[in-house]
Ligand binder design. Structure first.
Ligand SMILES: N[C@@H](CCC(=O)N[C@@H](CS)C(=O)NCC(=O)O)C(=O)O
Length: 219
């Protein structure tokens, strides 16, 4: 039986896994979770007490964490696109960039987005300023690291690119990538044009009204 992905189309970490599934046309069942629905949130909590998605269920296995899910797909549902290179040094580079994408791109973007969802009196202006500063540091690092590469870690599309696609989509909405980072801007454009991510992006369009900083009207 095909695995089931518990997820939401607009969620950045869910999109990361959806890109991997799309890349290899892996059969799966999509179970949409609306965290605003108390019973859906409770059902997700029964799978993963932190109530975060994505969660993949494959037979008796319940697997959270987008990167681990993609590594699992690579092992148990492999396709022509391999997300972790066989060469251990190349695999380290993929995992390093994947960590930077999650920790220093996705997470500060979420900080800014979730802060906008808070009531005005509970906002964290200093935390948001620090998150924006971190995004700018990450942009500079990625712009240098990716120079001369087609994809995040070289010529092959990997785990690092699965996360980079949604992370750069939303990060640029929150804190536009400066024009001087031409390498990074061109990489973001390639990701958005990649058929796997273009399909994920299209499936998420009906939910753009959920973006608390306003639909940017592009991409
Ligand atoms: N480290 C997790 C992060 C997952 C995550 O933060 N998911 C968000 C949606 S993009 C979520 O479920 N947020 C709901 C919440 O934290 O309450 C992963 O890599 O999968």
């Amino acid at each position: 039986m095909a695995p089931t992905l518990h997820a939401h189309p607009f969620s950045t970490y869910c999109q990361k896994v959806l890109v991997a599934l799309e890349e290899n046309a892996t059969p799966f069942t999509f179970h949409q979770v609306d965290l605003g629905d108390a019973s859906a949130a409770e059902a997700l909590g029964a799978l993963w007490p932190f109530r975060r998605f994505p969660v993949l269920v494959d037979g008796a296995l319940v697997l959270p964490e987008a990167s681990i899910i993609i590594e699992y797909l690579d092992l148990r549902h492999p396709g022509p696109v391999r997300f972790i290179p066989a060469d251990p040094d190349a695999a380290l580079e993929v995992r390093l960039i994947d960590r930077v994408i999650d920790n220093d791109l996705m997470n500060p973007t979420q900080k800014v987005v979730f802060d906008a969802l808070r009531p005005a009196h509970a906002r964290d202006a200093m935390g948001v300023a620090q998150a924006r500063d971190r995004l700018r540091t990450t942009y500079g690092w990625l712009d240098s690291r990716l120079a001369g590469r087609a994809w995040a870690a070289g010529e092959a599309f990997t785990l690092a690119d699965c996360g980079a696609a949604p992370a750069l989509l939303y990060a640029d909405w929150v804190e536009p990538i400066p024009a001087e980072h031409a390498v990074l801007r061109a990489y973001r454009a390639r990701l958005l044009a990649r058929p796997s991510y273009a399909r994920v992006l299209d499936a998420a369009r009906p939910y753009r009204h959920l973006f608390p900083l306003g639909d940017p009207g592009r991409d």
